[in-house]
Design a protein around this ligand. Structure first.
Ligand code: GLN
Ligand code: ZN
Length: 775
């Protein structure tokens, strides 16, 4: 029997004190963009034809060398290879398995350029092929390219980058642990464009993985990791069987290497025992996000003969590891456990060494990728000691957790404590407000508006950069962007829009802008994290209690309102989005930070209202993003505080003040009730791409909030004609009560240029006018 019962576990714990084995350490993946985003810049230069493929490869090779070197010199025992990618590891996997749709094969490009064509689309030499879609990688802000199987796709070994990477490292005398996106996860994430489905490709796919195993074994790999994060999702019976089927077949051909089943982003409660019964040599489990990992081991034991790769160093957040807590976790595990990161370190920034502007006392609390390597090594050292608790290194580490990190903001704490159920309820109720607002605002049928930002032209960005460098005084900077507000208001009036915006010219980013104005956030210089391809983001850090020392937007919005008789929307980012796009605290729960931010934004809402602003939009672009991976946890771990956070922001306004919100996606049919429960008066969202299917869902669920389903796609440079938009509006009206419909683009216009937005919006307004005439 493979599973050791609990009694034996406890026994083995006792034995451990006798035979101390030095624990080894492992990294799942390392950031690949480079300390100074070298890879990003070089790849972008390659896109612009400024450098050759050889130069690009040279940069990549050098980055890989530096990354292996960093890990080796930090004493990491299991260093990954194959975690590098020019764009995305899922896409690379598709290429290596020959899963390339015909339209990309027809381009006749080499493997690297095919990769880029699939990622970005290809419009050259008479070809016009759209990029493959991109999706969020589980609950991270990283996006992968969705592989596409066609009925005639023949899965076969196409490229051998995984082998080349292993050999390249070997040449540098590192025997690495090759890591592959596992077949179960890969097949689950792919899209099946034809009649054939996943299981039709399963055997062929596994065959290629067997071939990869064989090649790696031959080349001298001792351990090979299969990354299977899809196992932490809710699995049904047939998915569980599929997992078993894949690995029974694969592991029968191990070819002499050891195989690690590497999971992360949660626990594998649905397959823990099954995985234990399969002939894996190691199980990589997540002790950070896996809320049941410890419990699974306690209750079911750890499978005998396997090595536990314990993911205890958080690969997603930037706080120092609490060694004492980690040692407690390790203490309960078998003696030969490997100390590991909880997931790939690609989700954290590079190195604290680049943060020259933050105080050393502050930096002392953080660990980016490089520092996490040192943590692994420190834990290895401490756990090998007879009396770990006496270790000076541990004691030094504990100072960070025992001493108050920052001064608590008592007023904010008290304000959160004082919240009652009433604080989250806006009165009067929706339908009464709806009537009052109809009167107060007197908007036409099918009111037209935009989502907020207008084009961020090179000029706008240049002025902000000059201001940040101190080359423009704040008065001069404000004078300039206010001229832009004037132009923007004038254009909107000329176009005949009904509810205007100020254009958001003063904002770099919808989260950073507010973070910079709120107390409690920290900003870094180079803490970049890859979001997709060559795009990186630099999330702010929630450092302490959050508070709004001064109004943040009121002057500018009041100024914009003074330029027009039409209603000017106040434009804010909501608390859930601000939190989701930051590195959160670990010493308080997410709910506490979300509610603190909500109270700060609430003050801004009330100030805008007091200053005469009649419509206020609170964007929640990222609301769905951190929805837990397991459905069971949606409510208790997330929605139960996230939806109230939004309600808190606007519950204090008068009945006649209209609250809008905006979301960037339309995949919310499964949380439709919660979105309605945010109790906004109007919600705008992306819909043009998803053929308005969501409207049926809205109708069926009796959605009360008025809606502005985007009538055209701003993510493309195309200018929609009046007729086209008219048809979209008609299609909407066929499914919805016209009194509840708004007409607007599907997102902010900041990434577009004026030559595109002016005609598009003009056409949108005339389309609304035409439809109005008919009704
Ligand atoms: N108000 C923001 C804008 O228009 C919303 C951006 C977003 O949804 N991501 O830019
Ligand atoms: Zn949007």
């Amino acid at each position: 029997h493979i599973i050791i019962p609990l009694v034996h576990m406890i026994e083995s714990k006792k034995e451990k004190t006798k035979e101390k084995i030095v624990m080894k350490t492992s990294v799942i993946g390392y950031p690949r963009i480079g300390r100074d985003r070298e890879l990003k810049f070089m790849v972008e230069r390659y896109f612009r034809n400024e450098v050759s493929k050889e130069t690009l490869q040279e940069t990549a090779r050098e980055l890989r060398r530096v990354h292996w070197e960093a890990q080796a010199s930090a004493g990491v025992d299991y260093i990954p290879s194959g975690d590098f990618s020019f764009y995305d590891q899922v896409l690379d996997t598709a290429i290596s398995l020959g899963i390339i749709p015909q339209r990309f094969k027809a381009l006749n490009l080499n493997a690297l350029d095919t990769t880029f064509a699939m990622a970005r689309g290809y419009q050259k030499q008479g070809f016009d092929v759209k990029a493959l879609p991109m999706k969020k990688w589980f609950n991270t802000n990283y996006h992968y390219i969705v592989p596409e199987f066609e009925d005639d796709t023949e899965v076969s070994l196409n490229t051998e980058d995984f082998l080349a990477a292993f050999l390249e490292a070997k040449e540098l005398s590192h025997i690495t642990k090759p890591t592959l996106v596992g077949p179960y996860t890969f097949l689950s994430l792919a899209h099946y464009a034809g009649n054939k489905k996943l299981d039709d490709f399963l055997e062929a796919t596994v065959d290629v993985y067997i071939e990869k195993l064989r090649l790696l074994a031959q080349a001298g790999a001792e351990w090979i990791a299969f990354e299977e994060p899809a196992l932490v999702l809710d699995l049904n019976q047939s998915q569980i069987e599929r997992f078993e089927r894949i690995y029974k077949r694969l592991l029968a051909q191990k070819a002499g290497t050891k195989v690690l089943l590497q999971t992360y982003f949660g626990d594998i409660r649905d397959v823990y025992e099954k995985a234990g019964a399969l002939p894996f040599d190691g199980l990589g489990l997540d002790f950070v996000e896996g809320s049941q990992t410890q419990q699974l081991i306690e209750q079911k034991g750890f499978p005998k003969g396997k090595i536990c790769f314990a993911g205890v160093i958080n690969g997603k957040n930037i706080w120092k590891n609490d060694y004492k807590k980690t040692l407690d976790v390790l203490e309960a595990l078998p003696a030969n456990t490997v100390i590991s990161t909880s997931c790939s370190l690609q989700h954290v920034p590079y190195s604290l060494k680049s943060e020259t502007e933050l105080d050393a006392k502050i930096l002392d609390h953080f660990a980016f990728a490089e520092e996490k390597l040192a943590e692994l090594n420190a834990l290895k050292g401490i756990s090998a000691l007879g009396q770990p608790l006496q270790s000076p290194e541990l004691q030094k580490n504990q100072v960070c957790f025992n001493e108050a990190r920052c001064v608590e903001n008592k007023a904010v704490r008290d304000a959160v404590d004082a919240l009652t159920e009433e604080s989250f309820v806006r009165r009067p109720a929706f339908f009464e407000r709806e009537q009052i607002q109809k009167h107060a605002l007197a908007l036409p049928f099918l009111p037209t508006t935009t989502i907020g930002s207008f084009p961020q032209t090179a000029e706008v960005k240049k002025e902000r950069a000059r201001f940040k460098k101190g080359e423009l005084s704040s008065d001069e900077y404000r004078k300039r962007y206010r001229e832009r507000i004037q132009d923007c208001v004038k254009t909107q009036e000329e176009m005949g829009l009904d509810v205007l915006v100020h254009g958001e010219f003063e904002r770099n980013d919808m989260v950073e802008f507010f973070g910079e104005r709120l107390a409690g956030f920290l900003f870094t210089k180079k803490a970049w994290v890859q979001s997709y391809g060559t795009r990186c983001v630099k999330p702010p850090i929630v450092w302490g209690d959050i508070d709004r020392p001064h109004p943040m937007t009121v002057d500018d919005i009041v100024y914009a309102q003074s330029l027009t008789k039409k209603p000017m929307k106040g434009m804010l980012t909501g608390p859930v989005t601000i939190l989701n796009w930051s590195f959160p605290r670990e010493d308080v729960d997410l709910k506490t930070s979300a509610w603190q931010i909500a109270l700060a934004i609430r003050d801004e809402v009330l100030d805008l209202e007091a200053a005469g602003i009649k419509i206020i939009q609170i964007d929640e672009a990222a609301l769905r993003e951190k929805l837990p991976l397991r459905k069971q946890e949606w409510q208790s771990h997330y929605l139960d505080w996230a939806i109230p956070a939004f309600r808190l922001v606007h519950s204090g306004v008068k009945a006649k003040t209209q609250i809008h919100t905006h979301m960037c996606y339309s995949e919310f049919s499964d949380i439709i009730r919660e979105i309605d429960a945010m109790d906004a008066d109007v919600i705008t969202f992306e819909a043009s791409r998803s053929n308005l299917e969501l409207l049926d869902v809205l109708q069926r669920s009796g959605f009360k909030t008025a809606v502005g389903p985007g009538v055209y796609d701003i993510h493309s440079p195309r200018i929609p004609s009046t007729e086209e938009i008219e048809n979209v509006i008609e299609a909407i009206l066929a499914k919805m009560d016209g009194d509840k419909v708004w007409v607007n683009p599907d997102c902010g216009l900041k990434t577009r240029n004026t030559a595109e937005t002016t005609p598009s919006l003009t056409n949108m307004v005339s389309a609304a006018n035409k439809v109005r005439e008919k009704y």
